[in-house]
Design a protein around this ligand. Structure first.
Ligand code: PXG
Length: 288
């Protein structure tokens, strides 16, 4: 396996960064997770737009153009013969001094890992997930904006650990107001009386690429889509619920906090949207 590291392809064992990199010292950096389906890098333009937006937010200069990044990503897939896989793109603040100020970091580091990804076990797609709400809240936009896909995921990791303590694979995170924000690495949707609802990003959700794709696919299928405030009450009483994410795609949720959602089985609209998603994944994006 060859890893792209600051302009060169290096062997996995040689893909190392400095212990003085502020990405390690302070979680100072950003990342993207991107899927490749049948030699098509899914919605690469949207992932790169989000990366550049995250960079702007944290005043990070990415040391290459969007076009150069696109080429580096495609080349990473080609040299690793990836036809179906997962790309982890990381941009750290770079090497600096032991001090918070990024002024000591002259150049950001760019890492591209082209590999494969393990989804949730197959039975969870056919049977649906059972998830829980956890005590750790999503950080508010006034602190660390959840719209920034930063290298500081402690908030989400704590929530994931709390899910595991309660025997669940995923967790709902609420925001400071008690509204549903998202899950630890996935966005959340419900279907109620034929309408698709998802928390507005202002509630503390990442603007997920899969989330956006599902909203487009639903609209194209004539399913009304609403971004709004959601409480756990609406999810408990929904007809259907599912999560979206680059790794997870669309995964049904059939239980939350011990309450059975709808029929307790993956719903028809969830299945319809997952099928529509599969239809488009190898046709929307950059071809290798
Ligand atoms: N919310 C959060 C907090 C995320 O990190 C999503 C939603 C879904 O967004 P996309 O663009 O992928 O549809 C993410 C991204 C993992 C893992 O290991 C998951 C993500 C990122 C990194 C790791 O499960 N999901």
């Amino acid at each position: 396996m060859k890893i792209y590291l600051d302009g060169a392809f290096v062997d996995r064992e040689d893909a190392k960064i400095s212990v003085f990199d502020h990405g390690l010292l302070y979680g100072d950096g950003i990342f993207e997770g991107i899927r490749v389906y049948k030699k098509c890098v899914y919605r690469l333009d949207e992932h790169l737009e989000r990366l550049w937006h995250s960079a702007k937010d944290i005043l990070l200069t990415i040391p290459m153009t969007v076009k150069e990044m696109e080429e580096a990503i495609c080349e990473s897939c080609r040299v690793n013969a990836i036809e179906d896989g997962y790309i982890r793109l990381v941009v750290t603040r770079g090497k600096g001094d032991l001090g918070l100020s990024p002024n000591s970091c002259p150049r950001a580091s760019v890492i591209i890992i082209a590999d494969t990804i393990r989804l949730y076990p197959e039975e969870h797609y056919s049977e649906g997930l059972s998830i829980v709400t956890v005590p750790t809240r999503r950080s508010g936009p006034a602190a660390l904006n959840p719209a920034v896909k930063s290298l500081n995921y402690l908030n989400n990791i704590l929530a994931k650990m709390e899910a595991a303590q309660n025997g669940a694979l995923e967790a709902i995170m609420l925001n400071d107001q008690g509204f549903v924000a998202e899950c630890t690495g996935d966005n959340i949707f419900i279907i109620h009386k034929g309408i698709l609802y998802t928390p507005d990003v202002a509630n503390g959700a990442l603007r997920g690429i899969t989330r956006g794709a599902v909203m487009e696919l639903a609209e194209a299928a004539g399913i009304p889509v609403k971004e709004c405030n959601l409480t756990r009450h609406e999810i408990w009483n929904a007809d259907e619920c599912f999560l979206t994410g680059t790794a997870a795609e669309l995964i049904p949720v059939v239980k939350l906090d011990g309450r059975v959602i709808g029929s307790g089985k993956p719903g028809a609209v969830t299945k319809q949207l997952h099928a529509a998603f599969h239809e488009e994944v190898s046709t929307r994006g950059s071809m290798l």
